[in-house]
Design a protein around this ligand. Sequence first.
Ligand SMILES: Cc1cc2nc3c(=O)[nH]c(=O)nc-3n(C[C@H](O)[C@H](O)[C@H](O)COP(=O)(O)OP(=O)(O)OC[C@H]3O[C@@H](n4cnc5c(N)ncnc54)[C@H](O)[C@@H]3O)c2cc1C
Ligand code: SF4
Length: 349
Amino acid sequence: MNSKPILVVGGGPAGLAAAHALASVGQRSIVVEKENRLGGAPILSGYAKLVPSGEWARDAIGGMVSRVEGNPLVEVRKGCRIEEFSGGPGDFTARLSDGSTVEAGAAILCTGFTHFDSVNKPEWGFGTFPDVVTTTQVEQMISTGKGIRCPSDGRKPQRVAILLCVGSRDRQIGREWCSKICCTVSCNIAMEIREELPDCHVYIYYMDIRTYGLNETYYWRSQEEFKVKYIKARIAEVTSDGQKLIVKGEDTLVKRPITIPFDMVVHAIGMDPNVDNKTLAPIFGVGLQEHGHIAKGSAYGALGETSRAGVFVAGAATGPETIDDSIAQGKAAAMAAFALVNQKTAVAA
Ligand SMILES: Cc1cc2nc3c(=O)[nH]c(=O)nc-3n(C[C@H](O)[C@H](O)[C@H](O)COP(=O)(O)OP(=O)(O)OC[C@H]3O[C@@H](n4cnc5c(N)ncnc54)[C@H](O)[C@@H]3O)c2cc1C
Ligand code: SF4
């Protein structure tokens, strides 16, 4: 194949899937990843067992990384960003942050999301009390084998509260979207805590439970097999009495104030738009959606199109997505980009 390689920006699940799909049809690609490691959020943030597959992130996504790194049709550039991007479909030029220049027939933006930073929700105690942690920190406790421990003194918690929708579905802080996966991830984490520490009481504070589709099984199993307790509540604040963390709020089912002590409080953090989108959008000449995600050109035409011909997008760069949907989108965008650079007719719906 004589066409120019396809530029894949971002080496997370979406980018890895796109590069692998392109290689499987004999198309060269160049993966440009800003970090010094491929794998995206599941690897960089040290996720433990993924939902819904139950596979360890290091095996599942690690396998995708090795498949790409070992492929002669994929050139990987780590620790690198795109600084300039010019040209048109079939004939783009990109200048990289290491000073080099690459030519590409098309580009696929697989630049993902940024984890919500819980310090933006100060009344819920993160950054003030060391035993208020995030779901990513709990994932790391599990994946490193360290186990569930209170960061303040290393003790095993006897009571854990998981607060859902931290940085999602919160219009007060400009984040009205649902991050899709955090309910299921939290049910899973609750079961893992109960499995490791059978004497620990785990409570999930929720507005609604959105374990959509087949993931509903996580909700029922966590209650029936693992005795996780669910409280429908509006949380007012997380404070401390010097010994325990105190979660205050209103039980919205019985409409009464509730104040419950815990050893550890976990924020189920959501997916923000990638903080880089404000610089990526002008470099690539693509539009952003109202909340700052990369805007899709057409919902039902050639999948993964953006507002600029020859530049495609896939995965959590477009909004909160699961890993399997990000992979599917990476492959779909690869197909559209492949059709373009090889001048096959992309069949629009
Ligand atoms: C706590 C938590 C747990 C989760 N657990 C699960 C789970 O169990 N199962 C599931 O299906 N989903 C889970 N998710 C969602 C999952 O993280 C996403 O679906 C997935 O990471 C999206 O893949 P992606 O490739 O689109 O983006 P990312 O994983 O974000 O990868 C994007 C890549 O692009 C790179 N990048 C970003 N900007 C640039 C730039 N300017 N230049 C170059 N490179 C760049 C990044 O460094 C990164 O490597 C979880 C999310 C959270 C918050
Ligand atoms: S998936 Fe659940 S925790 Fe996450 S934002 Fe949606 S409702 Fe909230």
